[in-house]
Design a protein around this ligand. Structure first.
Ligand code: ZN
Length: 507
């Protein structure tokens, strides 16, 4: 019998897919310009770059909300492609339909108004933070939350909770109530774990992390580790920036960025492992579906699960350092000459409440996030008045982290998110940690204990397992369903608590 030709999809579907792919291509040009803006562009280029990015994002938005695209989408839907036979095509249509309907519901004037408001808010935030002047930022914060509420109402949500409409942009199908169900027990467990750690009289010496770490040696070690865990430098690169990120132009062109501090080992090394985790996800997405939802990352939370897994579950494990520490000593002979591996391991895992989220350790980090989740929900619902934010911040901070900031610059003004209009984004960081812990346990069920492998510098089994179980799926499953398919249970705080307790209380 002759081999049957590859199953072709109906023309109407292909026309929809072509349109979508072209929009993604246009979007990738904007991504490249953003990457350049944060890494190489001279300061003077800012004005022109802003125009370029506004032009491109406007073009993408018009294409993806146009009547013409709506007709292509509807015609493709009429082809009756079902998930059992065409999982990728069915997912592409499902996600495209949700995105289309969502953006069509938001009045263009409201989008423009919010864009304008965030430009002003961003500027005001920079000054307010520099001068520790919350009152000057307050009207901008009110405006952003007010416009976000209007947008949320225009989008609508099943629950009627405006927060859910915003959250959906980052974590599709997630609800504030569902997240709270995971966060509430996690919060209890974290506070109790923190108290037990703080109550033990074990002190950790971290001074060796603040010795002299020449940048070239930092770059070489970070690159060696990134390559060892599986980031492909034939299809990616590293550059320097002020606020590190990972930008995928395509699965074959993934840009990682790092920030070096000469007198602090952690930011560049762990930052690189983190961004490489994001980068390996981007490189692992199915090439055949590139430019379509099935070739796009599942959600912000799932993305973060990949970065956190490599940064923390792998990169801060004892066995990782059994493999990597001799390399680090070789790279920094002066700084680490008399430092025992165990002391170094304890230093990079020091748990200590601190004011700044991005500097927080594994145990306190999620408390920073839960506080933000709580406060932004209250601000959006109107339960919390913007003027009362500093007080609410400090009070909750004290309750969760046992310390509290004595100024707003290190308190409610520290993050860029709200000034940028990103509301509903914060919880995805902690969801990432929750997912990572569950996914890691599932990987161990399939692959056996992973730590002995790390000790030998073997990271490929885990990386390829993630390729098969997470990356390959793109957006075929919504995030909650993906976690369930891969781990056997819906998102749950148990695995994360188990891992943190065994790491910090029993070793
Ligand atoms: Zn990240």
């Amino acid at each position: 019998m002759p081999e049957s030709p590859p199953m072709s999809l109906p023309d109407a579907y292909e026309a929809f897919a072509d349109h979508h792919r072209e929009s993604s291509l246009l979007q990738s040009c904007a991504s490249l310009l953003s990457w350049d803006q944060e890494t190489h562009m001279p300061k003077g280029g800012a004005g022109n770059r802003a125009q370029q990015l506004t032009l491109l994002s406007g073009m993408v938005h018009r294409r993806q909300t146009s009547e013409e695209y709506g007709e292509l989408l509807a015609a493709a839907e009429d082809c009756g492609l079902i998930a059992d036979e065409h999982p990728a095509a069915a997912a592409n249509l499902r996600v495209a339909r949700r995105d289309y309907d969502r953006s069509r519901r938001i009045p263009p004037a409201l989008v423009e108004e919010k864009t304008g408001a965030t430009v002003l808010a961003r500027r005001a935030w920079v000054d307010a933070r520099a001068n520790d002047d919350f009152p000057s930022f307050r009207p901008h914060l009110e405006r952003i939350f007010d416009l976000s509420r209007q947008i949320a109402e225009a989008i609508g949500s099943e629950s009627g909770d405006p927060y859910d409409a915003l959250l959906d942009a980052y974590e599709p199908y997630a609800t504030a109530e569902g997240i709270e169900a995971v966060f509430a027990p996690l919060r209890e467990a974290h506070i109790s774990l923190l108290d037990r750690i703080l109550g033990s009289d074990r002190s950790v010496d971290v001074r060796m992390l603040h010795r002299d770490f020449p940048q070239r040696a930092q770059a070489a070690l970070a690159r060696e580790a990134g390559s060892a865990i599986g980031f492909d430098f034939e299809r990616g690169r590293i550059d320097e920036t002020a606020h590190p990120f990972c930008m995928a132009i395509s699965p074959d062109d993934v840009r990682l960025t790092v920030r070096y501090e000469r007198d602090f080992f952690n930011p560049a090394f762990f930052g690189l492992l983190h961004e490489a985790g994001h980068g390996m996800y981007a490189q692992g997405l199915p090439a055949k579906q590139h430019g379509l939802p099935a070739g796009t990352a599942c959600s912000f939370g799932i993305h973060e699960s990949q970065s956190r897994m490599w940064e923390n579950l792998v990169g801060r494990s004892r066995s990782f350092w059994r493999w990597c520490y001799p390399k680090a000593q070789e790279a920094f002979p002066e700084a680490l000459v008399n430092v025992a591996e165990e002391d170094f391991y304890r230093a990079i895992n020091e748990v200590k409440p601190s004011l700044i989220r991005v500097e927080a350790d594994e145990v306190t980090y999620n408390l920073h996030i839960m506080l933000r989740f709580e406060l932004e929900r209250a601000l959006l619902s109107g339960e919390l008045d913007a003027g009362d934010l500093p007080g609410a911040w400090n009070e909750t901070f004290e309750k969760y982290l046992r310390i509290s900031p004595d100024n707003d610059a290190d308190g409610c003004l520290q993050d860029i998110h709200w000034s940028a209009g990103l509301i509903g984004y914060f919880p995805t960081y902690t969801l990432g940690n929750v997912y990572a812990a569950q996914i890691y346990e599932a990987a161990e069920r399939d692959l056996g204990e992973l730590e002995p492998q790390f000790e030998r510098g073997e990271f490929k089994p885990l990386k390829e397992w993630l390729n098969r179980n997470i990356h390959d799926h793109g957006q075929i499953h919504p995030p909650r369903e993906l976690v369930e398919v891969v781990t056997g249970s819906p998102p749950h705080h148990d695995a994360l608590v188990r891992q943190l307790e065994s790491k910090y209380l029993r070793s």
